[in-house]
Design a protein around this ligand. Structure first.
Ligand SMILES: Cc1ncc(COP(=O)(O)O)c(C=O)c1O
Length: 378
C-alpha cells in the first residue's frame, strides 16, 4: 500500500550510519564498550541511578518481575489497554495478570480506584503503562502502593523523554522499562533499557541479563577476568554494539524529535478543535511533559470505527488502533481466571483510532490528515 501519510516513518542520518560503520570496523559486535557508554548516557538523561541496555522492553519487563520475586500463585495488576507485553511478562513468571480499568476518555492510563478494587492479598506488584508518553497518575498511585507495600513497575515503552515534576518517567517506581522498537521515539530496530534507583534490583538485573554470570565476554576481553561463576538462573537478554551505537546517536536527537512531536500534536488539536466534544483528543491539559509517542482520537459512541478507518485509507492515510484490550484476546480468555469486566476500557478501546505522528511529518501532511478526519467523520 502506497500511503500518502503512513502511520509512522523514520530516517537515519549520517550520524547513525557512521556510528554503525565504526562498530563494524572495530570488529567487536557483542555487548561491550559502546553499550556501556549508551547506558551511561541514558542513565544521565533519565536521572536514574542504574541503567541496563537489553534486547527489548518485553525482556526488561520480564526482568523487573523476576527481580521482584514474582512467581506462581502471585497476582500482578496491569492495564488491559496496552501492548500485550505488559501482561505477558507476568505470565512468563507463572504469575497471573489481573486487569484494571483506565480513567476515562481524556485519560487513557490505569485508574487508581480500579487498582484498589482489584488488589488482593496475592497482589505482588502493579505495572503501570504511560500511554502515548502521558504520565499515569503517579503521585497517587505510588503513594497508595507504598502504603500497601506493593512495588510499582513502569512500562515506559512510550515514554522516552517524558517527565513529571521534572522527573523522567520510569524513574518513579521500582523499575522503568523502555522500548527502542523501530516505531518508538528512540529507535534501534529492536532494543530496550531497564532503569532503577535500587542497588539490590540493579545487581539482579545485571545477572538476569546474562545467564547469571559473574563476568562477561567483554570483561574477559579487557583482561579483567579469566573465568566466571553462574550464581543464578539468568537469560540472554543482551543488546549488541550495533544497536547501542544507533541508540547513542538517536538519544542525541531525542529532544528535538520530541519537540517536533509536541508541535504536531498541538497542531492536530487546533485543526480538530471544532469536532470536539464529539471527537475527543485525549490528554488535554495533561500534567507533565509527554514524549507524544502516538496521536489517539476517540470517536463518538455508536460510530462505525472500521468504516472511519476505511475512509481514511481511501484518502491515503494510514491509521491504527491502540489497543485491542488484552483481556479480550483468545489466549487470555482461555485462562479463565483473568477474565474481568472493564467497562471504560471496553468502551474506549472500541472507539479509539490512532492518527499518524512522527517528527518527519510536514505541516501539509498534518493538514491533510485533519482534513481526511473531517471527511471520514462527516
Ligand atoms: C506499551 C508497550 N509495552 C511494551 C512493549 C514491548 O516493547 P518491545 O517491542 O521493545 O519488546 C511495547 C512495544 O510496542 C509497548 O508499546
Amino acid at each position: 500500500m502506497n500511503w500518502i501519510v503512513p502511520l509512522s516513518d523514520i530516517k537515519f542520518g549520517d550520524e547513525e550510519k557512521n556510528a554503525v560503520q565504526a562498530v563494524l570496523d572495530s570488529g567487536w559486535l557483542t555487548m561491550g564498550g559502546i553499550t556501556q557508554k549508551f547506558e551511561e548516557e541514558f542513565r544521565a538523561y533519565t536521572g536514574a541511578k542504574h541503567a541496563f541496555a537489553v534486547s527489548n522492553a518485553t525482556v526488561a519487563l520480564h526482568m523487573a518481575c523476576l527481580a521482584l520475586g514474582i512467581g506462581p500463585g502471585d497476582e500482578v495488576i496491569v492495564p488491559s489497554l496496552t501492548f500485550v507485553a505488559t501482561a505477558n511478562c507476568v505470565r512468563y513468571t507463572g504469575a497471573t495478570p489481573v486487569f484494571a480499568d483506565i480513567n476515562g476518555e481524556n485519560n487513557l492510563t490505569i485508574s487508581l480506584s480500579s487498582i484498589q478494587e482489584k488488589v488482593t492479598p496475592r497482589t505482588r506488584a502493579i505495572i503501570v503503562m504511560h500511554y502515548g508518553g502521558y504520565a499515569c497518575d503517579m503521585t497517587s498511585i505510588i503513594e497508595w502502593a507504598r502504603s500497601q507495600h506493593i512495588p510499582v513497575i513502569e512500562d515506559a515503552a512510550h515514554a522516552v523523554g517524558s517527565f513529571l515534576d521534572s522527573k523522567h518517567l520510569g524513574t518513579l517506581g521500582a523499575a522503568g522499562c523502555f522500548s527502542f522498537f523501530s516505531n518508538k521515539n528512540l529507535s534501534t530496530g529492536e532494543g530496550g533499557m531497564i532503569v532503577t534507583n535500587d542497588d539490590v534490583l540493579a545487581e539482579k538485573f545485571r545477572l538476569l541479563r546474562s545467564h547469571g554470570m559473574t563476568s562477561l565476554t567483554w570483561d574477559r576481553h579487557q583482561g579483567h577476568a579469566w573465568s566466571y561463576d553462574v550464581v543464578e538462573l539468568g537469560y540472554n537478554y543482551r543488546i549488541d554494539e550495533i544497536r547501542s551505537a544507533l541508540g547513542r546517536e538517536q538519544l542525541k536527537k531525542l529532544d528535538g524529535f520530541n519537540a517536533r512531536r509536541r508541535e504536531i500534536t498541538n497542531r492536530y488539536r487546533e485543526l480538530l478543535s471544532d469536532l470536539v466534544p464529539d471527537v475527543i483528543v485525549p490528554f488535554k491539559d495533561h500534567p507533565g511533559i509527554s514524549a507524544h509517542h502516538i496521536m489517539p482520537v476517540i470517536l463518538p459512541q455508536g460510530s462505525d470505527r472500521l468504516k472511519f478507518m476505511e475512509k481514511m485509507k481511501e484518502q491515503g492515510i494510514q491509521t491504527s488502533i491502540h489497543y485491542p484490550p488484552i483481556h479480550q484476546f483468545t489466549s487470555f480468555k482461555k485462562e479463565g481466571k483473568v477474565l474481568s469486566q472493564l467497562p471504560v476500557t471496553e468502551d474506549i478501546a472500541s472507539r479509539e483510532v490512532t492518527l499518524p505522528l512522527y517528527p518527519l511529518l510536514t505541516e501539509e501532511q498534518v493538514e491533510l490528515v485533519a482534513y481526511a478526519v473531517r471527511k471520514a467523520y462527516s
